[in-house]
Design a protein around this ligand. Structure first.
Ligand code: S3P
Length: 438
């Protein structure tokens, strides 16, 4: 698929189910691999990123089988990974590489990691620095970027690490590494980031606790060398994927949508709150508990949106949703200012720049600063071509912009969408989106 053209649509409606959460899927495979006994995962996201992690784990000696809609992982225990005989390629997956760098600690092996053009540009120093303090030997790395050759120690050293960035990937790498340490690993982040690793480690038997400190930062403490025991995991739908059809229904005239079994973790639901503040008619109902996560159903319909200021403290709770929020902002009355978003510059692409440039091409005014993006809602001309830059969320966001633009929008290299949302096209077409593949 070289490109997709998206065209003005109406009546974008239906009831849908979205695939499993990407963050939980990576963690279920990795933590299952580090446990004793079998783990059964149902609802695993079957996307390229998750398959990259699965292939990596197989190369590290883990047996993973697919049977009856589930994946069975036969864990090797903590520090049980085997030295791979070839390069491990994580493709486009930042979560895959950063979590695995931590997970192999304690296994006393040399591993050579690489990734695709997008992943090879992304900073790994943020994970390599604490892992070096925990005993890793970085044999080669191109200025803290992939490809990386790393030697993990026999046992990680327990550290106390204060991170300046709220990043679940850094946090998870350190916690997974801390599993093989004999002492207590402590990690402090400025604002709580997604907590799936903490929840899953606790479910698998680790002694792990979380506390908000007096200055608002988040402290996690993990006792090393727990007995992690294989477990069953049911993966709820990914709220980050849900955001794409949800925003489509809100901005396309005569639309209504219902989505079931959506993960409602309080570290992930900032987008729903933000859209509601903008005036979106969203109802959340049927709340349930599935494993260690909460889920709910969501209903939304076409709504008149207004511009708002999105506070920086909210960014960790919706870090992946700014591209699609910017599309909603382009359709709103007035301007929307998104503060505290500098981390977007080191995602699968520089999302502040790519979103800003793309919106300008489509006829929408923006102001781009290092740490913020302002979008002025207005007439969307369209009639432009946007390259995905190998960033799935850029591709999906601009395809959705085309559904409300006066003229079509062409998105180049859209196959990157398979990294996170394999049935995006089918779901969007069934709901009534005019998307033409070429
Ligand atoms: C993720 C953490 C976030 C997010 C990414 C998934 C995770 O990255 O953007 O898509 O599963 O831990 P950072 O940790 O870099 O913020």
């Amino acid at each position: 698929m070289d490109y997709i053209i998206s065209k003005k649509s109406t009546n974008f409606s239906g009831t849908i189910k979205i695939p499993g959460d990407k963050s939980i899927s990576h963690r279920a495979l990795i933590i299952g691999s580090m446990s004793i006994g079998k783990s059964k995962i149902t609802g695993l996201l079957e996307s390229e990123d998750v398959f990259s992690t699965m292939t990596a784990l197989k190369k590290l000696g883990v047996k993973i089988q697919h049977s009856n809609n589930s994946y069975i992982v036969e864990g090797l225990g903590i520090a049980g990974f085997k030295a791979p005989t070839e390069y491990i390629d994580l493709g486009n997956s930042g979560t895959g590489i950063r979590l695995l760098l931590g997970a192999i600690m304690g296994s006393n092996i040399i591993v050579n990691f690489k990734g695709d053009a997008s992943l090879s540009k992304r900073p790994m120093q943020r994970v390599l620095k604490p892992l070096k303090l925990m005993g890793a030997d970085i044999l080669t790395s191109n200025k803290g970027k992939l490809p990386i050759s790393i030697k993990s120690p026999k046992e990680a050293l327990a550290i106390k690490y204060i991170s300046k960035i709220s990043s679940a990937q850094i946090k998870s790498a350190i916690l997974l590494s801390g599993l093989s340490a004999s002492g207590k690993t402590k990690y402090i982040e400025p604002i709580k980031s997604r907590d799936h690793t903490e929840k899953m480690l606790s479910k698998f038997g680790a002694n792990i606790s979380t506390k908000t400190l007096s200055n608002g930062s988040n402290l996690i403490e993990l006792n090393g060398r727990p007995n992690l025991i294989g477990n069953d995991i049911s993966v709820p739908s990914d709220p980050s994927s849900v955001a794409f059809p949800l925003v489509s229904a809100i901005i396309i005239p005569n639309s209504k949508i219902e989505i079931h079994n959506v993960m409602m973790n309080s570290t992930r639901n900032g987008i729903f709150e933000t859209l509601q503040e903008m005036g979106a008619k969203i109802k959340i109902f049927n709340e349930k508990r599935v494993d260690s996560e909460n889920t709910a159903s969501i209903y939304a319909e076409h709504s008149r949106l207004r511009g708002i200021i999105v506070p920086s403290e909210r960014s960790p709770r919706m870090i992946d949703e700014y591209p699609i929020l910017s599309i909603a902002a382009a359709c709103a009355k007035g301007n929307t200012i998104m503060n505290g978003v500098s981390e977007l510059r080191v995602k699968e692409s520089d999302r502040i720049k790519i979103v800003s440039d793309g919106l300008n091409k489509a006829g929408i005014k923006t102001i781009e600063k290092n740490d913020s993006l302002e979008v002025f809602g207005g007439e969307i001309e369209g009639n432009c071509t946007i390259d995905s830059e190998l960033d799935h969320r850029i591709a999906m966001s601009f395809l959705i912009l085309g559904l409300v633009a006066k003229n079509p929008i062409k998105v180049l290299r859209p196959s990157t969408i398979y990294t996170s949302f394999p049935n995006f096209f089918d779901i969007m077409l069934n709901l009534g989106a005019k998307l033409v593949r070429a």
